[in-house]
Write a new protein. Structure first.
Length: 367
C-alpha cells in the first residue's frame, strides 16, 4: 500500500479547505487536499449568495458573480415587514469553489479528486481513491473541512449536534429582481424560506426543523412556497434541479485536539440563524492554514490553539448571539409575530436583546 507524506492534510475542497490549503502552501508547507467529488463544487448545495465585503477580500477574478443585489426584503406569514439595503452578489458556487481550488494549486497544494478519507490511526489517514485503491497519508497536521457531517470531527469527538434540514430548487424568474427575499411562516418551524435571484433564474428553498407530531413536511412547504411565488407573478414554469442538505446551527465549541483542527461547516461555523457560512469558511480557512503552517514550521502543535482563539475573537460573539436567538426562536415559535424582531439579524432588536441579556443561557425579555 502506497504511503504519501505531507506537512498538512486537508480533508475537503470547499471554500474552507482550499482557503486553508492556499494559506499554508503559500508559506512553503507541503499540502495535500482530499476531495471526495470528481468535480469540485458539484453538485451545488448552497443558496449562492455572498456579501459584498467578501468579494473585496478574495483577490480573485469575479468570474463566478452572476448578479449584484441591492438588499433584502423580509416577509412574515405572507406580508412584507422590512426592506433593507445590504449590497451583495449571487454567484455560481461551483465556479467560486473551483476558483479557490485553482489558487490553492497555484500556491503549491496538491488536490486529489474522487478521494476520501476512511479512517485514521495516529498521524496516518487511510484514503480511498478512484477504483477503490487504498493509500495512506502521513501528515503532521490534519484540517477537517469535510462538511456538516464531518468524519474528521468524529475523530476528535467534535461533531455538529444541531443540523437543520434544507431543500432548494431552481426556478425561472418572470422579471428581474434586485433584492433577496426571506420568508418567515408559521409552517417553517425554526427556519425560513428564501428567494435569491440569479439573472433570469433564482434559487428558492427553505430550512426547517421537524417539530414532531403533526408538523409540516419540508417538501410540501417548499411546493407551497413555489406556488405562492408563481401566483404573485415572480416566477414561472416548473422548478428544477432540486438539492437537499443539512445546515449546522451550533454554539461555538472546541474544534481542535492534538494535531487536528476543524474549519467551515465541519466546525459548525455557519450562522445559527441565517445559515450563512461562506464568509466564515474563507476567513476561518485562512486562519487555520496560517496556524497549521506555523505549527509545522515550529514543530509545536500548541500553535494550533491560536487558530481557535483567533477565530473566537473574530466570530465567537456573533455565533453566541445567533445561537441564543435560535433558542428563543424555537422555544417561542408560537409567538412568531412577537419575537421575529428579536430573532432575525436585520432588526436592531436582534442585537439589543443580546446586549441586554449578556450572552447565551441568560433569561430573555420575551418570557
Amino acid at each position: 500500500m502506497e504511503t504519501l507524506t505531507c506537512d498538512i492534510l486537508v480533508v475537503g475542497a470547499g471554500p474552507a479547505g482550499t482557503s486553508a490549503a492556499r494559506e499554508a502552501a503559500s508559506t512553503g508547507a507541503c499540502v495535500i487536499v482530499l476531495e471526495r467529488r470528481a468535480v469540485i463544487g458539484v453538485p451545488v448545495q448552497c443558496a449562492e449568495y455572498i456579501p459584498a465585503a467578501l468579494l473585496g477580500e478574495l483577490c480573485l477574478r469575479p468570474d463566478f458573480v452572476v448578479q449584484p443585489l441591492r438588499g433584502m426584503k423580509t416577509f412574515l406569514n405572507g406580508r412584507p415587514i422590512q426592506e433593507i439595503t445590504a449590497p451583495g452578489f449571487t454567484i455560481r458556487r461551483d465556479v467560486f469553489d473551483q476558483s479557490l481550488a485553482v489558487e490553492a494549486k497555484k500556491a503549491g497544494a496538491s488536490i486529489l479528486l474522487s478521494t476520501r478519507a476512511v479512517s485514521r490511526e495516529g498521524d496516518e489517514v487511510l484514503i480511498v481513491g478512484e477504483g477503490l485503491s487504498l493509500s495512506r497519508v502521513r501528515a503532521k497536521v490534519i484540517v477537517g473541512a469535510d462538511g456538516p457531517r464531518s468524519m474528521v470531527g468524529g475523530w476528535i469527538a467534535s461533531e455538529n449536534k444541531n443540523l437543520v434540514p434544507a431543500v432548494q430548487v431552481k426556478v425561472r424568474l418572470d422579471h428581474p429582481l434586485e433584492f433577496t427575499e426571506v420568508f418567515f411562516d408559521d409552517r417553517i418551524y425554526g427556519g425560513y424560506g428564501w428567494l435569491f435571484p440569479k439573472g433570469d433564474e433564482a434559487n428558492v428553498g427553505l430550512g426547517m426543523k421537524n417539530r414532531g407530531n403533526g408538523s409540516h413536511k419540508i417538501g410540501m412547504v417548499l411546493l407551497d412556497l413555489v406556488s405562492s411565488l408563481a401566483a404573485e407573478g415572480k416566477i414561472k414554469g416548473k422548478p428544477f434541479d432540486i438539492v437537499t442538505g443539512r445546515i449546522p446551527a451550533e454554539a461555538p465549541r472546541a474544534i481542535r485536539d492534538g494535531n487536528i483542527v476543524l474549519v467551515g461547516d465541519a466546525a459548525g461555523h455557519t450562522h445559527p440563524i441565517t445559515g450563512a457560512g461562506i464568509f466564515q469558511a474563507v476567513i476561518g480557512g485562512r486562519m487555520a492554514g496560517k496556524w497549521a503552517a506555523r505549527a509545522v514550521g515550529s514543530g509545536d502543535m500548541s500553535n494550533l490553539a491560536n487558530y481557535e482563539s483567533e477565530w473566537l475573537d473574530l466570530f465567537g460573539e456573533t455565533l453566541e448571539r445567533g445561537f441564543s436567538r435560535r433558542r428563543l426562536l424555537e422555544r417561542k415559535w408560537d409567538r412568531l409575530e412577537e419575537i421575529i424582531k428579536y430573532c432575525w439579524v436585520t432588526f436592531k432588536e436582534y442585537h439589543e436583546a443580546y446586549e441586554r441579556n449578556n450572552g447565551v443561557g441568560q433569561r430573555d425579555n420575551m418570557e
